[in-house]
Each structure stands twice: as C-alpha cells, then as structure tokens.
Design a protein around this ligand. Structure first.
Ligand code: URA
Length: 439
C-alpha cells in the first residue's frame, strides 16, 4: 500500500486540491512536473493547466513550477563561466526585430548575449525563423557551442534543443490545446524555465503591449512584466522588463527576410527607425545597468553609429556559419506582388489592426499556422506612416508584398488602417519594471 505521503502526490489528489483553489505545496508542483515527463496523461495535465488558469498560481507556486521545469532538463549554467552574460526575451509582435539589433549593440559594449529563441507560431514571427534568411547560418545550439560563440564573438543565438526544459515543452504543447496559453503564471514560468536552464545571471524582458501583442491590454502586460521580474529575482537572477508598444508594427518592415534586412541596414548605416532605436537603447541601457556596466542611450547609439555593432553582428553571424561573401553584400528576397493600402481620407492615422496585419502576413505564407509548417521569408510588409501622423487622401500607408494577390486580400489589408480627424502617437516605451544593479 502507498504511504500517506506518496498517496497525497497522486494526480487525482493534486488536481482535486488545485480545483478547490488551494495553493499546492512544493512537492505537489514538483510531482506535476515530474509526472508530465513520466506517467501523467494529457487529460491530467490539461486538468492541471485549466485549474491553474481558473484558480491561479501564487508567487511560491509559480517559482517552484519555474524551477522544476528548468530542472527537468539540461542546466547550462552559463553564468558560472560568464557572470556578465545576459539573456533577452520578447513576448513578440509584428515587426519585432529588436533581439537582432540589441544583441550586437550589447556585445559591442562588452556584455555577452546568449539567446535561445523559439520558432514563430501564430501572428508573431520568431527570431530563429527570421535569421534563417541569412544563408549558411546554423541555429542548432548546445552548451559547448554556446560558450565557444560567447567567448569568440560575445553572441550566441540558437533554437532550444529538446533537452532544455522538456517539461515546459509538454505543458506548452497542451496549453495550446486547452485554451490556457494566456494564463499569466503559466506564461511567466514557461518563459523563465528556459532562461533558468541557460543560466545567465541578468535577464531583460521586452513585454509588448497593444493590439499586435500577446497581451494587448497595458495592465495585463504590466502584470506579466512584474511577474517575470519578481519570479526571476526570487530565483536569484537580476531582471528588468520594458513594456513596449505594439499598437502598430515596430520599425519599417515586418516579415522574415525584410526584418533581417532592416536590422542589417540599420547596423551598416549606424541609424534606423526612431521607435525601433528607442526600444533597443532602452533595453540596452537597462540590462547593462543590471550587469554592472555604465551605458546610456547616447553611448548605445554611438556604438551603433561607429560601426562596432555591425562588426559584432558580422563576426557572430560568420562564427555561426553565415556565408562571409553574403555578409559583405547582403541580399534579401522580397515577394513580387505589391498591394498598397492608401489613406481613404485626409486626417491622422488613428488605429492600426496590428494583429490582423500579422495574420495577413501569416495567411499569405509568411508565418506558421501549425508547428513545423514552412515559412516563405519573402512575404513582407512595409510600414510607411506612424500612428498620429497627418496623411493626405490617397497617400500610401503601407505595402504588402505577397506571391499572389487577390481582391479579398487587398480589401482586408486596406481595412487594417483607420484615418480620422484625431489620432495620437503612443509612446514606444510604456513602463520599465525592476532595475536592481549588479551587486
Ligand atoms: N513563450 C514561451 O516560451 N512560453 C509562453 O508561455 C509564452 C511565450
């Protein structure tokens, strides 16, 4: 017969307690995580996820869930070798190319940046998929390669292997099937488990807010940012979160190849879209402070202007297998059929259906509806005006580049933009949360 302690850890008892709204004990949360890789059925995990989404997880449950999921696989402990290494996460959005720009800026300032980046699913693209527009670039990553790249070039960007936080992989897959994706503690523990497994000591989060974001309401984005920072700190990490705007696409382009092109052009020219630069420098200065480096926005922009960030990107991409001839003369494919959205009347750009723009890109082939589906990197959006800008009737607002156009797509694209007599320009940085310096 099972001992009373073991009996308390059977799935039924744990689920019953969570369903009743009780806080689970550490050993119960750990039993869920261990069970997810052993004997818990999809139904039992789904029931845990739904109970957690409805009843919530408190700070202690969230911390234990995060730690247990991190410990369910390899622990790279990069911070033990490179104490100043930083790791960055974005909740994603349309045109979000910040990681590709931030990493070389930060690395050129002497801070190693390690990042495991998921493939895109849904209306937001993934950095890994975008970087595959660079011929030759290899994104497979293990600990040795990651450390070698960090030591050689200060940057390592790859896709997580199955051995990083495997319990999160199981839970995340089932969250997609059980309508529990947008539960705050489940999101925070999922994001942080992978960061903990990598082991960088300083973490920076770009939590997007607005129509094109994972959480569109500012209060939800701020709550996620606070939970990420507080849980990371409880787990011994230094962390800062920037809540940044996603009520319109970020930068001048959205898509896969075209976003890498925008980043490469920005690095080569030493300048770029003002809002993109503001998010990037805000993240750079905040995470540098965490890691104990003096860096203000002016110096971050100098690093960009001086070409040092481009040198850093070039060295990193070459070390990760990019074709050096291509790096010297980068070329990107853009889809041939162009659909133009024009201002129907004169006025100010008042609203952009950013999520819908992401969906139109996806449906045209420039995104992934199901895990593992192929992406057409040439599907692109060029975004010319900004919220609050004055526009004249007939003026071009944005342009969609697809392989095959249709009247339906043209109409759906035009409907993404609203021009009215009034229209405000939202700030690009809404909040900064947590900023404990290196101690
Ligand atoms: N990214 C993750 O890794 N997990 C989530 O839950 C959401 C986004």
């Amino acid at each position: 017969m099972a001992s009373p302690a073991a009996a308390a850890l059977v799935p039924y008892r744990i689920l019953e307690r969570k369903r009743a709204g009780l806080a689970l004990r550490e050993e119960e949360i750990r039993a869920v995580v261990t069970g997810s890789l052993r004997n818990w059925s999809d139904g039992q995990i789904g029931a845990f996820l739904m109970a957690a989404a409805i009843r919530g997880l408190d700070a202690a449950e969230t911390r234990v869930l995060t730690e247990a999921m991190a410990q369910s696989g390899e622990l790279w402990d990069l911070g033990a070798v490179l104490p100043r290494a930083i790791d960055k996460h974005s909740t994603g959005g349309v045109g979000d190319k910040v990681s590709m720009l931030l990493a070389p800026v930060i690395a050129a300032c002497g801070l190693p940046v390690a990042k495991l980046t998921a493939r895109g699913l849904g209306h937001t693209g993934g950095t890994a998929d975008k970087l595959e527009s660079v011929p030759g670039l290899v994104l497979d990553m293990d600990r040795d390669r990651c450390l070698r790249l960090l030591e050689q070039t200060g940057i390592a960007i790859g896709v997580p292997s199955a051995s990083i936080a495997p319990a999160d992989r199981r839970l995340y897959g089932l969250r997609n099937l059980t309508a529990t994706v947008d539960c705050l503690p489940l999101v925070a523990s999922s994001v942080l488990a992978k960061k903990l497994a990598l082991g960088a000591r300083s973490l920076v989060f770009d939590v997007k807010t607005g129509d094109g974001a994972f959480f569109s309401r500012l209060e939800d984005s701020v709550a996620l940012a606070e939970l990420l920072v507080s849980t990371a700190e409880e787990l011994g990490r230094r962390a800062v979160a920037v809540v940044s705007d996603m009520s319109q696409p970020l930068g001048q382009w959205a898509g896969h190849a075209c976003e890498v092109r925008e980043v490469v052009e920005c690095l080569r020219a030493g300048t770029g879209d003002a809002r993109l630069l503001e998010v990037t420098t805000t993240l750079a200065t905040r995470v540098a402070a965490l890691a104990g480096i003096e860096l203000d926005a002016a110096r971050a922009l100098d690093v960009l202007r001086s070409g040092k960030a481009w040198e850093s990107f070039h060295a990193w991409a070459a070390a990760q297998g990019a074709d050096p001839a291509w790096l010297d003369r980068p070329r990107f494919e853009i889809a041939p059929v162009e659909l133009v959205a024009e201002a129907p009347v004169s006025g100010r750009l008042a609203a952009v259906a950013t999520r819908e723009l992401g969906m139109l890109l996806l449906e045209a082939g420039g995104g992934r509806k199901t895990a593992g589906a192929l992406i057409d990197p040439a599907i692109s959006l060029s975004y010319r005006v900004r919220l609050g800008d004055q526009v004249e009737a007939g003026e071009e607002l944005a342009r969609l580049y697809v392989q095959e156009g249709s009247e339906g797509l043209r109409v759906a694209f035009a409907r993404c933009f609203r021009v009215e007599t009034e229209g405000a320009s939202p700030p690009v940085v809404h909040r900064v949360i947590g900023s404990r310096r290196a101690g």
